[in-house]
Design a protein around this ligand. Structure first.
Ligand code: 6CS
Length: 318
């Protein structure tokens, strides 16, 4: 048996490291009966192409980050809302790994599109890279800001005062270089590996949102697996949640050090609490906007997710 696993990132990136560890564990546990082949970004298409290929059964597993998947499973955009997920690592990981709102309610919307929601994990704090210092919405007035392709991100950055443009990530470097866009947002490891710090010179830490990704399987493929295979996959999934958290943290920390060395002119800005609160206020209407845009069960999922978040924060604070 051959399982294809397509990721949205390049060699050495977080999603690729996850897929490589997945391959290792699956091949070992099946004594090589299952062979996993990994496809990195661009080999089979861009982010949105990968989701279509998985839903169609041409690949068995892929990463489908909420930042792009909103064009296909609109309800997943609840995960893109800023100032929502817990900030502390433990409750954040707990929600992403186990939330009923996500694996019960939201998973149904995945299933309706032919996708089995396999797991969700964080890839790091989103950091803006810009060509000038940005501390407040007025600084963004003349900034064409690249965002991922989910529609809610356009709304978010409009509320923030920018001029957002949705693009696949393969177009970011050239766009920044040609000054077609002046800013983009991604976790540190990705900024470093895609070299966006060569074509922007400010790293702005806003502290508004975590980059999350989902791993999906083709729904029919998954439904057709034996109970033993499903059990194995569940165990591998749990093992990998720990692995990827550690990996993601290490990679993000190392990337900031490397970027500082590569570009001594790089200016690192962390918004103060007061500056951050201005963006938080701006983002307040976003949840309702999403509910209005998507409809369906989005309001229910969002309410349930907020309850799961509150519960995780409470339990883990004690
Ligand atoms: O900015 C993007 O579109 C890409 N960023 C990351 C961290 N992973 C893949 C995604 O497509």
């Amino acid at each position: 048996e051959d399982w294809k696993f397509a990721v949205e990132e390049g060699p050495g990136d977080v999603q690729t490291l996850y897929a490589e560890q997945f391959k290792k564990l699956i091949e070992k546990r099946t004594d090589g009966k299952v062979k996993v082949t990994i496809y990195t970004y661009g080999q089979l298409g861009n982010e949105n192409d990968l989701t279509e290929l998985t839903a169609a059964g041409a690949v068995q597993f892929s990463n489908a980050s909420p930042g792009h998947l909103g064009t296909f499973v609109p309800e997943v955009q609840v995960l893109s809302l800023p100032f929502l997920l817990p900030e502390a690592d433990a409750p954040k990981a707990a929600v992403l790994s186990n939330s009923k709102a996500l694996y019960g309610s939201l998973a149904k919307d995945f299933a309706a599109k032919g996708l089995k929601l396999f797991t969700i994990y964080p890839e790091g704090e989103m950091i803006w890279t810009t060509k000038k210092e940005v501390r407040k919405p007025a600084d963004l007035g003349d900034v064409k800001f690249r965002v991922m392709t989910s529609p809610i991100l356009i709304e978010q950055f409009k509320l923030y005062g920018a001029n957002p443009v949705a693009l696949p990530w393969g177009e970011i470097y050239g766009g920044l270089q040609m000054n077609v866009i002046q800013a983009q947002v991604n976790p540190a490891f990705f900024i470093e590996s895609a070299k966006f710090h060569e074509v922007t010179d400010h790293l702005i830490y806003v502290g508004d949102v975590e980059y999350t990704t989902t791993v999906v399987a083709n729904a029919d493929f998954y439904a057709g697996l034996s109970p033993e295979r499903k059990k194995m996959l569940a165990e591998v999934r749990d093992e990998l949640q720990q692995y990827i958290l550690k990996t993601e943290r290490e990679k993000n920390a190392a990337a900031v050090d490397k970027m500082r060395k590569d570009n001594p002119k790089l200016k690192i800005v962390r918004l103060t609490d007061a500056e951050r609160d201005v963006f938080r206020k701006r983002a307040e209407p976003l949840g309702q906007k999403l509910v209005d845009m998507v409809g369906g069960r989005t309001d229910v999922i969002l309410k349930e997710l907020k309850a799961d978040i509150d519960a995780a924060v409470k339990t883990m604070a004690t």
